[in-house]
Unconditional design. Structure first.
Length: 196
C-alpha cells in the first residue's frame, strides 16, 4: 500500500470518528465546546487529504487500481458522514440528504457497470461542481453547528443560516445533475457497444 492509498484509508477511518465526536454532545449533553475544537481540524484534515492523496499519486506516478476505487469511496464516506450529522441536528433538510445518498449509490452502480465493460467513467464539470458544493456545504454546516455549540450570537446569524441552507440545496442539485450527465454517458457507451 503506497502513501496516497494510506492517506485515503486514513480519511475513511476518520469518518466514523468524526461521527462519534460530533454526536457526543447530543448523546451526553456535555462536551459541546470541546467537540468544536476537534471537529473543525478533523474536517480540514479530511478535505485537505482528499487533495493531497491525488496530488501525490499523480506527481510521483503512484496511481493504482486500488487507489482509483478507494479515493471516490472515501470521498463518499466522509461527505455523507458530514451530511448525516447535519441532517440529524436539523440544519440540513432530509430531502437533500436523500438525493445525495441516492446519487452516490447510483453512481457506484454505474461505475460497476462500466468496469464490467472495461471503461472508466470520465469526470464531468457537474461532478467537479458537486465536489466543490459538497466541500462548501460541509464547511458551512460545521461552522453553523460550532456557532450554536459555542453559544455565539450576532446580527447576521440568520443570513448565515440561509446561506448554509442554500449550499445544502446547491449540493443536492449538483449531485443530481452530475448523476444525469454520468447516466447519459453510460447510456451512450452501451448504445455504441450495441451498434459496434
Amino acid at each position: 500500500m503506497n502513501l496516497p492509498t494510506k492517506i485515503t484509508v486514513f480519511r475513511i477511518i476518520l469518518a466514523p470518528i468524526f461521527f462519534i465526536i460530533f454526536f457526543i454532545p447530543e448523546w451526553t449533553g456535555c462536551f459541546a465546546v470541546g467537540s468544536v475544537g476537534i471537529l473543525i481540524p478533523m474536517l480540514i484534515v479530511m478535505e485537505l487529504s482528499d487533495v493531497l492523496d491525488g496530488y501525490i499519486a499523480r506527481k510521483h506516478n503512484l496511481v493504482t487500481d486500488l487507489g482509483k476505487i478507494l479515493d471516490p469511496f472515501s470521498d463518499v464516506i466522509s461527505r455523507v458522514t458530514f451530511f448525516i450529522c447535519f441532517t440529524f441536528t436539523g440544519i440540513m433538510p432530509l430531502w437533500t440528504l436523500l438525493i445525495i445518498i441516492y446519487r452516490e449509490l447510483s453512481i457506484t452502480f454505474l461505475r460497476m457497470m462500466m468496469m464490467g465493460r472495461g471503461t472508466a467513467m470520465a469526470a464531468s464539470i457537474w461532478g467537479k461542481a458537486k465536489a466543490v458544493t459538497y466541500t462548501a456545504a460541509s464547511a458551512l454546516g460545521l461552522i453553523q453547528i460550532s456557532i450554536y455549540r459555542l453559544g455565539l450570537e450576532f446580527p447576521g446569524l440568520m443570513v448565515f443560516e440561509t446561506v448554509t441552507l442554500v449550499f445544502f440545496i446547491l449540493a443536492a442539485a449538483a449531485s443530481a445533475l452530475s448523476f444525469m450527465t454520468y447516466a447519459v454517458n453510460v447510456r451512450r457507451v452501451f448504445k455504441s457497444n450495441e451498434t459496434a
